[in-house]
Write a protein that binds this ligand. Structure first.
Ligand code: ADP
Length: 500
């Protein structure tokens, strides 16, 4: 961890002031609002288990007003009709304003979701980069494409859709807000964002910054806080949206998609994963083990595209297992804001029970627990800490089939390229898999034949602005994120044709 990051571990006066807000209200139509029934919920620092904020808990009628505000801003604020370079300049100004306060945002994010501080800084930078990427892309985009067809003049024109909804989870709150909002805003849409109830603070802080600096017309971005079953369900059932984007579990994704389907609101779902790493016999064993252990312990394994099934060529299997175990044992578990901590807590007590429950169920179904895992303690902190764990055995095991969302990997041997690929593809999920070998022709072959949205070579979790990223099957539907395709998703096409 760098010195500048260490220095920032002390909370800044701005963050202290923000956290001292008695009730954090939602941001609707450029104003701060509370739930009509006055209800609130508590937000907890997962690293200490202590309450850090009280947040308003909106219900359906409150949420509907936010959608109305977004619909009104779409029609009347001038955002949708603004010259594109002007709109893009505003997105750049938002990126600059966030970057200027990167350490305030990172402190809030680290406290709110238990993220290692340096990783929180990287998430905020990713938000900034996403805004800049889409601001630049939108300026150069083709909003009117001529199509050459016989005996007709034809073209496709593209317009913003209208109000768009975003329901996001707690693992990458600010980064995912950026992935959703930036393309939608760049295309001229207006937005209502619902952060997860565990992690609403960075999105609310963003609204303070936007309001203070008058960066967006009122109603262009609205942030509603509340529980999934109430505020989230209210968003997904609102027929005034023209697009909906959901990121979270497949179970809730189904509910959101069903609800949107009833209103014929197009919906994009980014769901879970059960990624595989296929590791051939010619790899540098120590270096590859290091990367996979880093990946599974990054944000305590609460990453949907993680490699959670490690498929290792039989010739190097036992050496590989030894290298992994040594590294997993030495991961420094600690409070996310403390320098030196490498892995922080899980987001809440429910996730701890989920992770420990999967270890138990996996063993009950015959898996070998070759690195035990279990609850971890951090001196002076009563947060939600667990140790990394490694299971081995038949992949026909609940812990190898279902998404655990913790620092837990399942390892198994394979003997041939075909078998490695077949094991990797034997899942209902389809987000990101990786292949590891010095033979790049073999890597390309395997990567292209993964049944998933993304195939990575000699690395895992590689998400680059400009390259489409999305899932198939139980991992997602309706389009991906961070590429030109995403900007296109937020533009409504109309084909215009004149017979000649
Ligand atoms: P996770 O498993 O990561 O907690 P969830 O799918 O439960 O993910 O939650 C992701 C987001 O979906 C959160 O913002 C949550 O509040 C919201 N949510 C949960 N239940 C519902 C629901 N029934 N309808 C709409 N949104 C929901």
């Amino acid at each position: 961890m760098s010195t500048s990051v260490e220095k920032k571990a002390e909370l800044s006066p701005e963050v202290v002031r923000f956290l001292n807000t008695s009730v954090h209200r939602s941001y609707v139509g450029g104003r701060w609002v509370e739930a009509a029934d006055g209800e609130t919920f508590d937000v907890v620092d997962p690293g200490s288990g202590k309450k850090i904020a009280t947040v308003t808990s909106l219900k359906k009628a409150d949420v509907d007003k936010a959608v109305d505000a977004a619909a009104d801003a779409f029609k009347n604020s001038g955002w949708a009709t603004m010259p594109i370079p002007e709109r893009c300049a505003i997105l750049h100004r938002i990126a600059d304003a966030v970057e200027k306060q990167i350490h305030n945002f990172a402190q809030i994010e680290s406290l709110d979701c238990g993220k290692i501080y340096a990783q929180a800084v990287a998430d905020i930078q990713n938000f900034v980069d996403t805004f800049r990427y889409f601001a630049d892309l939108a300026q150069a985009f083709n909003y009117r494409s001529v199509i050459a067809v016989k005996h007709h003049e034809a073209w496709v024109a593209r317009h913003p859709w209208g109000p768009c909804g975003f329901i996001i989870p707690w693992n990458f709150p600010f980064l995912l807000a950026g992935w959703g909002l930036a393309p939608a805003l760049a295309a001229g849409n207006t937005c209502v964002l619902k952060p997860a109830e565990d992690t609403p603070l960075s999105a609310l802080y963003l609204c303070h910054v936007l309001q203070e600096q008058e960066l967006l017309p009122s109603g262009v971005l609205n942030v509603v806080t509340g529980f999934g079953e109430t505020a989230g369900a209210a968003l997904s059932s609102n027929p005034k949206f023209r697009r909906m984007s959901f990121t979270g579990s497949p179970e809730v994704g189904r509910l959101v998609a069903e609800s949107c389907g009833r209103n014929l609101v197009p919906v994009k779902c980014e769901l879970g994963g059960k990624g595989a790493a296929v590791i051939f016999e010619d790899v540098d064993i120590a270096a590859t083990a290091e990367k996979l252990v880093q990946a599974i312990t990054f944000h305590s394994g609460q990453v949907c595209c993680d490699a959670t099934r490690w498929l290792v060529h039989r010739d190097i299997y036992s050496d590989f297992v030894d290298e992994c175990i040594t590294r997993m044992k030495s991961v420094q578990i600690g409070y996310p804001m403390d320098p030196g901590s490498q892995m922080g807590p899980l987001v809440n007590a429910k996730q701890v029970s989920r992770v420990l429950g999967y270890l138990k169920k996996g063993v009950a179904e015959g898996a070998d627990l070759i690195l035990e895992g279990g609850a971890a303690t951090v001196p002076g902190k009563s947060g939600f800490y667990v140790k990394p764990a490694l299971l081995a055995g038949s992949l026909n095991n609940v812990a190898a089939r279902e998404e655990i969302f913790g620092p837990v990997a399942f390892i198994a041997p394979f003997s041939s390229e075909d078998e490695g690929l077949q094991l990797a593809n034997d899942t209902e999920y389809g987000l990101g898999n990786s292949v590891w070998s010095q033979d790049l022709a073999r890597c390309a072959r395997v990567a292209e034949n993964f049944r998933s949205g993304n195939g990575w070579i000699n690395a895992h979790n590689v998400i680059v602005h400009g390259v489409p990223y999305g899932g198939i099957g139980k991992s997602g539907m309706g389009g991906g994120v961070v590429s030109p395709d995403t900007l296109n998703d937020y533009l409504r096409p109309i084909s215009v044709v004149r017979p000649l």
